[in-house]
Design a protein around this ligand. Sequence first.
Ligand SMILES: Cc1cc2nc3c(=O)[nH]c(=O)nc-3n(C[C@H](O)[C@H](O)[C@H](O)COP(=O)(O)OP(=O)(O)OC[C@H]3O[C@@H](n4cnc5c(N)ncnc54)[C@H](O)[C@@H]3O)c2cc1C
Length: 379
Amino acid sequence: MDFNQTENQILITQTIRDFAEKHIKPYMMEWDETQHFPVETLRALGELGLMGIVIPEEYGGSGFGYFEYITALTELGKVDGSLTLSVAAHNSLCTNHIFKFGNEAQRRKWIPKLASGEWIGSWGLTEPNTGSDAGRMQCVARQDGDDWIINGTKNFITHGISSNVTVVIARTGELLDSRGMTAFVVERGTQGFSGGKKENKLGMRCSETAEMIFDNCRIPKENVLGNVGDGFVQALKILDGGRISIAALSLGIATGAYEAAVQYSKEREQFGKSISTFQAIAFKLAEMHTKIEAAKLLTYQAADMYMRGENINKESAYAKYYASEVAVYASTEAVQIFGGYGYIKDFPVEKHYRDSKLCTIGEGTSEVQKLVISRAILK
Ligand SMILES: Cc1cc2nc3c(=O)[nH]c(=O)nc-3n(C[C@H](O)[C@H](O)[C@H](O)COP(=O)(O)OP(=O)(O)OC[C@H]3O[C@@H](n4cnc5c(N)ncnc54)[C@H](O)[C@@H]3O)c2cc1C
């Protein structure tokens, strides 16, 4: 693995820094306070090529690899985790699912709009009663002539109300049959498909999280992704890649909190000297930095293997599990280093602290990652 940043990675870093300075930082606390989902900002990120980062140029994407993708998410995550979560869900889950498992006609129909950011995507696996145990889903799809009719509710869906198109996994076979689920594309405006309750969250507040309701939603068979019965297996593969993006988002949050804490510790004086001269604070920073570097290595390892087409089931779980726990750890320590100022909203670490917790939950909890890892090492 080559750890030197490519020219593209350097360019992406600078582009995101400039964009964040002008278009994110001045507004993000207001978005956070009001839970405003800034679709217009996502579209602007699309103009920069961030809404189809790993999609080939012939489908309207940027044609980059996973290292560039990680760089983009990490850089954005240093500033605003919740916008980054939206970018990750759009790219890794919705767009990537259609790109990976769609046929040529499906790719041509949906990918260019998603990759440009003109359309926002969502991906529905989770249901009110089935999260970690997604295989027991109750949302059903039954065939009716050349159509499929979907009934059920998905919840906690990123962009569940505002997405223009969604990939939804529904039961088409027997309960507990891993080949009994199928992935469908459903466009907004399709009769019987609506957004439901929008969640009021602890963090990641500008990333819309909402229900998706399917009430006799009829879609043509052309909207089936891959084979009938392959949906769950496809979803697990999509999550393997998605977990790298949550690891990158976690790295961003951890690094943002760490960098803010370093700067503050040098500026803040108590007992006549800067608090960074106290070993208790300096050691916290040393520990944070070491863990961030370790998380980075695991994330890059998973990305490197993914790019080479290897099975990354275990490696993406390592990266997601470790980096997300580091994001929580580093942002918690950053709040501590800021003292009372860490607890108020005038400084960035309070938001990192709230945003970080989602990383240990979404796209498979830390416990589920350990399940994946332990199964792999004990087989
Ligand atoms: C902000 C946000 C955005 C999201 N976006 C999406 C999205 O776009 N699309 C989507 O499909 N989903 C999305 N989700 C859902 C997310 O993936 C689930 O919340 C997550 O998978 C956990 O499921 P659950 O909430 O039902 O928890 P549960 O599965 O009910 O878990 C509860 C607790 O039990 C533990 N647990 C469960 N099973 C086991 C086990 N076998 N062994 C040990 N411990 C276990 C869990 O680790 C957890 O601590 C989102 C969630 C949030 C909060």
